[in-house]
Design a protein around this ligand. Sequence first.
Ligand code: CA
Length: 677
Amino acid sequence: MRKQAAAFTAIFLTVAGAATGEDWLVHGGTQTNQLFSALNQINEQTISRLGLVWSRELGTSRGLEATPIVADGVIYATGSWSVVFAFDAKTGKTKWTYDPRVPRERAYFFCCDVVNRGVALHNGKVYVGTLDGRLVALDQRSGTPVWSVQTTDPAKAYSITAAPLVAGDKVVIGNAGSEYGVRGYITAYDAENGRQVWRFYTVPGDPKQGFESKAMEMAAATWHGKDWWRTGAGGSPWEGMSYDPDLDLIFFGSGNASTWYRSLRGGGDSLFTACILAVKATTGELAWYFQTTPGDSFDYDATQTIVQADLTIKGRLRKTVLQANKNGFFYVLDRQTGEFLSAAPFVSGITWASGVDPQTGRPIEMPGVGDASPKVLSPEPNGAHNWNPMAFHPGTGLVYLPERIGTQMVHVPDRNWKYNAARDNLGIDGTYEGPLYAKVASMAQPRGELLAWDPIAQKAVWRAGYPVVDGGGVLATAGNLVFQGRADGILAAYRATDGEPLWRFDAGTGIMAPPVTYTVAGVQYVTVLAGWGGSSGLMNMPSVGAVKPGWGRILVFAMDGNSRLKVPPFGHKDPPVPAIIIKQNPQTVHEGALLFNGHCFSCHGLNAVAGPLPDLRYATTQTLDSFESILLSGSLASEGMPSFSKILSAKEVEAIRAYVIARSQETAKPAPASQRR
Ligand code: CA
């Protein structure tokens, strides 16, 4: 105990000179993106008194991924479909909401749920990127739009889920869509009027059209296939920007190439996909890049949090950036130059690479991983760590992050893949029925832990396990605390120095977003959005564990808070009662199973067992009777169920319907005779 108190004092002294962080003004807490607060009213001694002050339902069962921004007693947060909320921080009263009315029929092109990760605030305006590619500036007091620009070509499969980044007098936004085939870029706009200042592409375009810069010309030499630019090439910078005003640099990560598979792209490193990049904030010129996964074949986007930290490495104070990459390695780079300083695996069980070359930082791939043969690899595409922000505590010198251990995916590149703008372009062969799925089923289940990592020594200091694979974003505070929510709905606080669990609260539904902390009238609060979804939630693989889908909400805590959370019921308690009992043709059901797990499972769950979205085993007679009109005529497009008319034939839809009915019967309670037909 005495040792802990001493450690706490040391931490307090170390950070006492830091900003007190009374508001939470930028996405990462401060420009360093450390998700750290110097507030310490709530600390390891007082945390037992922490309780709920208020909560508000956000009217959605989809994933909530936003980091709230708090200024002058108002919380600004985003929900599903890029809706913005402003709440009175003390009372929870809604001050305004802004709904950008994203067309629901675009839902097919949102790979990973209709999420948004938050707003940016600057000079009386609130900025939000919308799922349909707009950047909107709202009046901070009223929520009324001041200006709006379309940052993407609406005819292409672009989307925005990231929070904008304010860099000086500019507001910068990236985009998503590599999974479908688009050309990634970030754009800087004048924060006052929305005028475009510069654009930086993450991948080159058609060489015949000429290159925008020397960087693009250099990158084009690393693409070896024929007509590779026709897919857009990918590289979506969909999350994880930060800004260093002293260096005039913006750091961000880029996503995978289109298609996922190097063997289908014709080889090469495919610059600047799966890279950490730095561009000059004033001009948008490339300053440096570091490719974490050259020639990526496994969706190892480098879009995870990029934390800035000044660390003494080998006796020299270095300005660094830190990233716990999807690919399983923790990177430390010099943020002035991009120089590779070190990397180490932060999870066990990585099977795509045996390590990282200590001189160059290039991963040492296992033999054959880039070829087109079927294989099982870890980590799977949601990564050893995904977008959920990690925190850095300058007092303990540790990084705290949600790690995903032992996740596996069967990769089967489709040798017949051809780019098709109407659908996803991952290049996966959905007809594969070989033994690798059975192999994965026989392997140890993946698991999740909160990991405290020493970025200088590149080693784990402590780990705190939980019963789900997916942990949420992390907040570290000068109260010697680390806060983290997770997919089973628990918001927990741990002692930062040793991982001792100190406090927990059941938020009623899974948490993905990071908590934030701030003061209003001298009282320290902790706030988090709870709402389970995202790609992991929607796919609902059995390996995700005891996750909790439900209705999303914002929760606010302070010492001696004594509100009780009322959790409205969600989902189905009992097995399905099939709406239709019919004898099925086993061949049709089998074809339907392959089609369902190829086209439908990424929203309606593997094997038709769903999480946040409708579980089709419970479909009513009316739904089953309208199946073709829903899938091919888009009759539920206004509710976010897109038409598949460009992807599926009527015969294929009938097979999917047969499979859904079969799954309902397989998992059902015996049905009363009156329902048989
Ligand atoms: Ca990706």
